[in-house]
Design a protein around this ligand. Structure first.
Ligand SMILES: NC(=O)c1ccc[n+]([C@@H]2O[C@H](COP(=O)([O-])OP(=O)(O)OC[C@H]3O[C@@H](n4cnc5c(N)ncnc54)[C@H](OP(=O)(O)O)[C@@H]3O)[C@@H](O)[C@H]2O)c1
Length: 310
């Protein structure tokens, strides 16, 4: 089979095309393109079928597991595919590891080191118990996230654009320093003992629930990440689509009840907005996938992320 590989403007990416056996898969084609171009390794490539001129439809993205002949319209001898360079990629695990490593390492710097001297506070710093517990809570949270990244999550996409590492690290690292600065500040005023205990206890319950939600999500896919999207069931997923985000939001609420800083509450609001946006998209996707037609199950009625409001 002769495969012609063109860019979206119609320029040939591989001069003279690629010759492949009739049984070749899209993954074989990606390997062949990589061999010829050297630069574009498979996860950098997005291959689609060409659209008729002027068409406003979305192009069909070629699935790397499928055979090329599945995309041939009658003619099994030749096919044209449209190539897009997705730019340098990193694995999802690398992306998550670096974004979580920042807060895990930077937060303790504000607790253990005389950082505040650089900001003009020369007196002796008295450390309140809540600041120590906050350090443990924070580090447990990010350590848990790194462990989940390597041992729990089964990602459907192998890679993410390299630029996302810088964007996500900027978000997590900056907020980490911002919150750490205020919670560990020499002029920090602790909340009452009871409020601190309620906040941390509630937050910890939510962190454990969040881990359980991630284990339930993990079991929806096989170890190689295949299985697509399924209807999450069990525990809080029986009432809310994104129970993992719900527990994540509430565990930050627990942290903020215990530590009570404006910086912490700003992070809570921003994180809630981001996760709500994602939850909307995930809910819509599941409703579309499980529409109850042609033998497909119907997605049950559920809250999106924050019952009883949303
Ligand atoms: N504080 C913050 O700002 C913030 C923001 C975002 C996330 N988080 C935390 O980080 C965690 C991970 O975030 P995330 O956005 O990666 O979570 P996510 O997409 O909801 O899910 C985690 C894993 O489960 C898979 N999954 C989700 N729904 C599925 C379904 N219906 N069927 C099969 N597999 C499914 C996902 O697969 P895919 O690879 O296909 O997505 C992913 O591998 C969150 O749960 C939350 O605790 C925190």
């Amino acid at each position: 089979m002769r495969v012609t590989v063109v860019s979206r403007s119609g320029r040939e990416i591989v001069k003279g095309g690629v010759e492949l056996p009739g049984s070749a898969t899209v993954a074989d084609l990606q390997e062949a393109i990589h061999k010829r171009t050297k630069k574009f390794y498979p996860s950098r490539q997005r291959l689609t079928l060409p659209l008729p001129p002027g068409s406003k439809e979305r192009p069909v993205v070629l699935n790397y597991k499928k055979r090329l002949e599945d995309y041939c319209d009658g003619n099994q001898e030749t096919i044209t595919v449209v190539f897009k360079d997705l730019g340098p990629q990193v694995s999802y695990r690398t992306l998550f590891f670096f974004e979580y490593l920042g807060p895990l390492v930077l937060y303790p710097v504000f607790y253990y080191f005389p950082v505040y001297q650089f900001f003009g506070y020369k007196g002796k710093r008295v450390i309140h118990p809540v600041q120590t517990y906050a350090l443990y809570y924070w580090c447990f949270h990010y350590f848990k996230r790194i462990m989940e990244t390597f041992f729990v999550h089964r990602f459907s996409h192998a890679t993410s654009p390299l630029l996302n590492v810088f964007r996500n690290c900027a978000y997590y690292w900056t907020f980490g320093c911002y919150i750490a600065y205020y919670v560990n500040h020499p002029l920090y005023t602790p909340v009452s003992d009871l409020q601190m205990k309620i906040g941390f206890a509630f937050g910890l319950i939510c962190q454990v629930s969040n881990l359980y939600c991630h284990l339930l999500l993990k079991n929806l896919r096989s170890p190689d990440g295949s299985g697509g999207y399924q209807i999450p069931r069990g525990f809080l997923f029986n009432i809310v689509t994104c129970a993992n985000y719900t527990t994540e939001i509430y565990q930050w609420l627990g942290f903020n009840i215990a530590t009570q800083t404006i910086a912490g509450y700003i992070f809570l609001v921003v994180a809630t907005l981001i996760m709500t946006n994602w939850a909307l998209a995930k809910h819509r996707r599941l409703k579309k996938l499980f529409d109850g037609k042609d033998g497909r199950p119907k997605y049950p009625r559920r809250w999106l992320i924050l019952p009883p409001f949303l």
